[in-house]
Design a protein around this ligand. Structure first.
Ligand code: GLN
Length: 501
């Protein structure tokens, strides 16, 4: 069974179709592995053993009866804990929602059900998706399977760890400023943020609505393309949802991985995404990948996007502004576990204050305060207004860059996974983790990470950024990078983990 756990979702789907394997066996194997390793890793906050096995059993019965099934029927998946699944505890990593069971399914969840994929459970995350290390979850840190003394990235550290440690073949994440891609880089997995609007946000508990996007967390580029196809497409329940994707994403990924001669392919390197702040180990892995690409005939151009120097600042105004508005609903009346004041009169206001004071963690409070301040009448133009102007400049700079190349390449994250506590004392140091991922969210363009190699024995991610609506191109070029960067695969050394589990 262990051999099967290493396989990609596409290989598993094939094994299920040919009858080499049944979904009940496969799902149980993942659940058993979660039981054995989760106490150490804390990747899952909730495991739905019964629900997953029931879904698997029905797929097996339908297959035995010769009924038509979708391609990935029976392949299990994990969900980040900010996507509503009816009847299943969904907490966003916060005490505010502890014990809450959504009364409805997110669109992505409905699509997973339609694809007949058993849902293994919900994965850990920084509270309300705010963070870059999964140290801000109210339910404990998630550990990086490459080195359990280190963070797995954030906010989606749970999904990334689950996929890296073979607790799930693939998972869903959400990316507001890098929460799919940065954990992907830190755990040696693949993570994609589709074009804004390509995947419905209906039922995703909002962080910053103009930046949030759901996307795949996988071990291969082809799996990510296949998963985006399953969860993506138009949804009338999300007013920012785009029309259905016309191109075949999986075919694009397959074309990319078959390529050996790269002439005619144009890669751009962004000057502002390679210099200051990036560790020398990360840069040397990145340069090695670039040289491989060049050696196979691709054109490499350096482009400059000066506005990117201000992208992090703009993000940390726009995002908290939206956070302060989106999180107003957690007041103990509309949503959230109600807390009454310990002393003094009980009024609506004192109750709301006690509820928010008790249930929100420090990072969430920091952002609500920052956002409320940035939106206040006297400061609106100086902060929020200026940030929106920078956002427009970032969009323009990236669009201009795509006039000179097909995709942009950069390191996904400026460093490899750091040790617990290393950045918690200094919010700015934590925010710097996102310098390479944030521009794609501000511009709404698709971007993904693939493992590029190792530095200090830890994974380094390479980011591929494509123009808006060119998700197929992103997958094609990412598959090229994947094939070059690690033809032997970058495998997480999980054997040691198992020994002392
Ligand atoms: N790390 C970033 C932040 O803290 C991104 C979060 C995200 O993408 N959800 O805001």
């Amino acid at each position: 069974m262990k051999d099967f756990l290493r396989k990609s979702a596409r290989e598993l789907a094939r094994a299920l179709q040919t009858g080499e394997l049944c979904s009940t066996e496969l799902t149980r194997a993942y659940l058993d592995r979660i039981d054995a390793l989760n106490p150490k890793l804390n990747a899952f906050l909730y495991v739905d053993r019964e629900g997953a096995l029931e879904a698997a059993k029905q797929v097996d019965a339908d297959r035995a009866a010769g009924r038509d099934l979708p391609e990935f029927a029976g392949v299990p998946i994990a969900l980040k804990d900010n996507m509503c699944q009816r009847g299943i505890p969904t907490t966003c990593g916060s005490k505010m929602l502890e014990g809450w069971k959504p009364p409805y399914d997110a669109t992505v969840v409905k699509r997973l059900y339609a694809a007949r994929m058993p849902i293994l459970g919900h994965t850990n995350m920084d509270e309300f998706a705010m963070g870059s290390s999964t140290e801000h979850s109210a339910f404990g840190v998630t550990r990086n399977p490459w080195d359990p003394q280190r963070i797995p990235g954030g906010s989606g550290g749970g999904s990334a760890t689950a996929v890296a440690a073979l607790l799930a073949p693939w998972a869903l994440g959400s990316d507001t400023g890098g929460s799919i891609r940065q954990p992907g880089a830190m755990t040696g997995t693949v993570g994609a943020k589709p074009t804004y609007g390509a995947v419905s946000r209906y039922g995703l508990i909002a962080m910053a609505s103009s930046l949030d996007q759901i996307g795949p967390v996988t071990r291969t580029v082809a799996d990510a393309a296949a998963l985006q196809k399953i969860i993506g497409g138009h949804d009338p329940l999300d007013s920012t949802s785009l029309p259905d994707e016309k191109s075949c994403l999986l075919q694009a990924a397959n074309e990319g991985s078959a390529k050996t001669d790269l002439s005619g392919m144009r890669f751009g390197l962004v000057t502002e995404m390679m210099g200051e702040g990036y560790s020398s180990g990360v840069l040397s892995v990145f340069r090695r990948v670039v040289e491989e690409i060049r050696a196979r005939g691709a054109q490499i151009t350096e482009v400059s996007c000066p506005s990117l120097d201000y992208a992090l600042g703009a993000y940390y105004l726009i995002m908290p502004a939206e956070v302060s508005s989106n999180l107003a609903r957690f007041d103990g009346v509309r949503y959230g576990n109600r807390v009454l004041p310990k002393s003094g009169p009980v009024t609506a206001e004192t109750m709301m204050r006690a509820t928010r004071e008790t249930n929100f963690g420090t990072e969430v409070k920091r952002r609500i305060i920052l956002g409320t301040h940035a939106l206040s009448a006297g400061y609106y133009d100086a902060y929020y207004g200026s940030a929106q102007k920078v956002r427009t400049l970032v969009q323009r700079d990236l669009a201009a860059a795509f006039g000179q190349c097909d995709v942009l390449l950069s390191p996904t994250s400026p460093t490899v996974a750091f040790r617990f506590g290393e950045n918690t004392h200094d919010p700015m140091a934590m925010y710097m983790n996102d310098i390479a991922t944030i521009p794609a969210n501000l511009a709404g363009v698709p971007a993904m990470t693939v493992p590029g190699g190792l530095s200090e024995g830890l994974p380094v991610g390479v980011q591929i950024i494509a123009p808006a609506h060119e998700d197929a191109r992103m997958y094609k070029y990412a598959a090229v990078v994947e094939a070059l960067a690690h033809s032997d695969g970058i495998q997480c050394p999980i054997d040691a983990l198992e020994e002392n589990a």
